[in-house]
Design a protein around this ligand. Structure first.
Ligand code: TXA
Ligand code: MG
Length: 366
């Protein structure tokens, strides 16, 4: 594989260098509001193939095409769903990916041989500026810019750690606002609408948009989340993801007091040289005023917005910080309500792999 002296660029002077590299068939990492992406010109099969090599990504895992605007998606969509227009009007640009029927013009390298295609229009200003600067409205094929198996990157430094030497440029747009990958909504399933991956755009919000448009619909996976017995249809969801090297335990409980109680039980029962805990500011303050804070790192969310959004947005950053610090055991506060809870708990459950601590009896991981 070609070696690069990877540069982190600020968007002001980086976009034109990035566009030139992309047009020469190289890969460029760029920020989005969800997570950082690793982009290649989506119609250049050799460039797209590089994405798989650089990430160590399994060949059967298709990529999402990113566009500057929904209208630019139309040439790649074989059969128009009645839901496409209202959803793109209301929710794009934004953290949503729609699965549509693909035309023949989409390279197999992008779809991994499927007849369907994921399309997305990101909201992040740098991502949009990059997409707009690419001549001819060409889309970028882009997965998350991590090595396969690592948590998705939410700051430029995360990308650098995974991909330094392997790509020429990383555009630095600061921390990703949402911090969890886009909601994936499948519009091609005859059984109904299907959320393949929960994200910031909730099922309730999608339903509200379709109600407002006066359309009939139903969700094939009724209920707000994928049932654990249901096999996810997004090929990527079957791979191990999102997990730091530390063992992750979920601290469950209906109230913050119960979750602090769960933490106390976990703290007493867990022997490790390096333990850490992550939760909301409220949760961290309650721990700080207890006597359970010796020999433990307490991670807290960044940002002053909605506390639950902040907690979700910092999850992957904390996973990576825990790895940098060599943490062996990481306890993470669960989230029980709010529109981001489904997506947050989906990522957290995958990382925890069954290890849960409640304020009552202990149930350890499988
Ligand atoms: O927020 C995001 O979506 C980020 C940013 C960079 O846009 N991208 C991202 O890409 O998360 P990636 O490749 O890490 O995850 C894409 C997921 C995978 O689970 C993949 O299997 C699924 O989307 N996917 C892609 N095309 C699909 C298709 N045609 N049918 C079903 N699932 C598909
Ligand atoms: Mg990914």
């Amino acid at each position: 594989m070609k070696q690069f002296d990877t540069q982190i660029l600020n968007p002001e002077d980086g976009i034109s260098l990035a566009v030139n590299a992309l047009l020469e068939g190289e890969l460029v990492a760029f920020p989005t509001e969800t997570v950082y992406g690793l982009g290649a010109i989506g119609l250049n099969p050799d460039a797209v193939a590089k994405i798989f090599r650089v990430k160590g990504r399994p060949q059967d895992n298709p990529l999402i095409l990113h566009f500057a605007e929904p209208a630019a998606m139309l040439p790649y969509i074989a059969e128009m769903s009645p839901y496409f227009e209202p959803l793109t009007n209301a929710l794009m640009p934004g953290p949503l990916t729609l699965i549509v029927q693909a035309t023949e013009s989409v390279p197999h390298e992008v779809t991994a041989g499927l007849k369907t295609l994921g399309v997305r229009c990101p909201q992040d200003a740098t991502a949009l500026a990059l997409l707009i600067a690419i001549p001819g409205g060409l889309p970028l094929a882009a997965p998350s810019a991590n090595l396969s198996g690592q948590p998705s990157p939410t700051i430029a430094q995360d990308v650098y750690e995974d991909l330094q030497g392997k790509i020429p440029y990383i555009l630095d747009g600061g921390a990703s606002r949402v911090g969890l990958e886009s909601t994936i909504l499948d519009l091609t399933d005859p059984m109904g609408l299907r959320i393949l991956r929960p994200g910031f755009i909730s099922e309730e919000l999608i339903a509200a948009v379709l109600d407002a448009a006066g359309l009939e619909y139903h969700f094939a996976n009724a209920g707000p989340s994928l049932k654990s017995t249901e096999t996810p249809k997004a090929p990527g969801m079957k791979y191990r993801h999102y997990a730091p090297k530390a063992r992750v335990t979920i601290l469950e409980g209906q109230s913050v007091e119960e979750r602090v109680e769960a933490f106390a039980r976990w703290y007493m029962a867990t022997e490790a040289e390096s333990k850490a805990v992550y939760g909301s500011l409220e949760f961290a303050q309650k721990i700080a005023s207890s006597d359970l804070q010796q020999d433990i790192t307490v991670f807290t969310p960044n940002g002053e917005e909605d506390p639950m959004l902040a907690q979700a947005a910092s999850l992957f950053r904390v996973f990576r910080e825990a790895d940098r610090k060599g943490i062996k055991e990481l306890a993470v506060e669960a989230m029980c309500e709010g529109s981001i809870a489904t997506a947050y708990m989906n990522r957290l459950r995958k990382a925890a792999d069954g290890s849960v601590q409640s304020s009552g009896a202990i149930s350890s991981g499988v």
